[in-house]
Design a protein around this ligand. Structure first.
Ligand code: PAP
Length: 341
């Protein structure tokens, strides 16, 4: 089986007249003007964060999210992989892509050996609805896989209307916060911006001012979506995926309509995918070591998406008071929801 999407996505741009291209450019410019009038906050890296519809993101990402909301046409067979940043997006993209395209992963050249998970599962706001062009994604073969950090309340309406599936992954906010802090400081170091102290970062994060945050509302938005339509929104937890990868990978495969057969299980296909997508394997592949994505927010080396990939590493950084602060917020926000850590 060929892998399910055509890359690069720039090939999916429709052939357009000059006038159509100009019109699209004007659409993006008008959204840019709109976003630039919103309340903004000191950026976590080199871009200020703008507040839109109760959440925060850098200007180009908000513009792409608004374009996606207006123009993205979800199809019933699509799978949308939704996460708050730093909760395991890269891992889940790899697992989902390898599962859906597993027959091409059994040969000696699996796509994930040469492509980053972020190329295999492009993100609506980072790589699909960008560059002043509205892509025509109808020609992509099914099932189309897309990643997104867009909060539930701002998803394109067609995502819900089409009945497509959403897989949501969340993680202990303490580990998510520490992961974000490291990531942001690597970007800041590259741009010669003064590094963020843990105190400053915690203040922002606790007040909800983080990319695509507030973190807690992000999780709760999708959680409520899951409660309303459990057959359409699957909820996974990073810590549980780490502890019982086989159980949760099988749930994921069933959810997206590609359950593992008995023969596949006997042949060790499930374990093979878990190994292929493991932190150790992914972080050592050539593309993830030296590849990079040219994004509208700047160049991001794929290696920045791999740090430790473990559970509980927050304890090496947070003081007991800092940890308590995040735990208290989590407890009060998640109280009564059925979610916990
Ligand atoms: P994104 O949302 O910006 O795309 P995301 O992939 O969610 O980033 O975050 C990276 C985190 O996932 C890192 O966590 P850490 O900083 O606590 O280490 C990264 O190490 C972890 N990660 C990346 N790949 C894997 C993997 N294959 N298995 C487990 N964790 C992983």
């Amino acid at each position: 089986m060929a892998h399910s999407q055509s890359y690069p996505l720039s090939k999916c741009l429709p052939s357009q007249t000059k006038e159509e291209m100009e019109n699209q450019k004007r659409t993006y410019q008008s959204f840019r003007r709109l976003v630039s009038t919103l309340l903004s906050f000191d950026g976590v890296a080199n871009h200020p964060l703008y507040c839109y519809n109760g959440w925060y993101a850098a200007l180009p990402l908000l513009v792409s999210a608004i374009v996606a909301r207006e123009h993205f046409k979800a199809q019933p067979a699509d799978v949308l992989l939704a996460t708050c940043p730093k909760t395991g997006t890269t891992w889940l993209k790899a697992l989902l892509f390898a599962t859906v395209n597993r027959s091409s992963h059994t040969n000696s050249h699996p796509p994930l050996a040469t492509l980053s998970p972020h190329q295999c599962v492009p993100s609506l706001e980072f790589s699909v609805c960008v560059n002043d062009r509205i892509p025509d994604l109808d020609a992509l073969s099914s099932p189309r896989l897309f990643g997104t950090h867009i909060p539930f309340q701002s998803l394109p309406a067609s995502v819900i209307d089409s009945g497509c599936r959403i897989v949501y992954l969340y993680r202990d906010p303490k580990d998510c916060f520490i992961s974000l802090w490291h990531f942001v400081n690597k970007l800041r170091a590259k741009d010669n911006i003064e590094l963020w102290t843990l105190d400053e970062a915690l203040e922002h994060f606790s007040n909800g001012i983080s990319p695509f945050g507030p973190y807690w509302e992000h999780v709760l938005g999708y959680w409520n979506g899951h409660l309303e339509r459990p057959q359409k929104v699957l909820f996974l937890k990073y810590e549980e995926l780490m502890q019982h990868p086989k159980v949760h990978l099988k749930r994921l495969a069933e959810f997206v309509g590609s359950p593992f057969t008995e023969d596949e299980e006997k042949e060790g296909v499930v374990e093979g995918i878990i190994r292929l997508c493991s932190f150790e394997n992914m972080s050592n592949s050539e593309v993830n070591k030296i590849g990079r994505a040219e994004l509208e927010v700047g160049t991001v080396e794929y290696s920045l998406f791999f740090r430790r990939g473990d559970v509980g590493g927050w304890a090496n950084h947070l003081t007991p008071e800092m940890a308590r602060r995040l735990e208290e917020i989590t407890e009060s926000k998640f109280r009564g929801s059925g979610l916990s850590f």
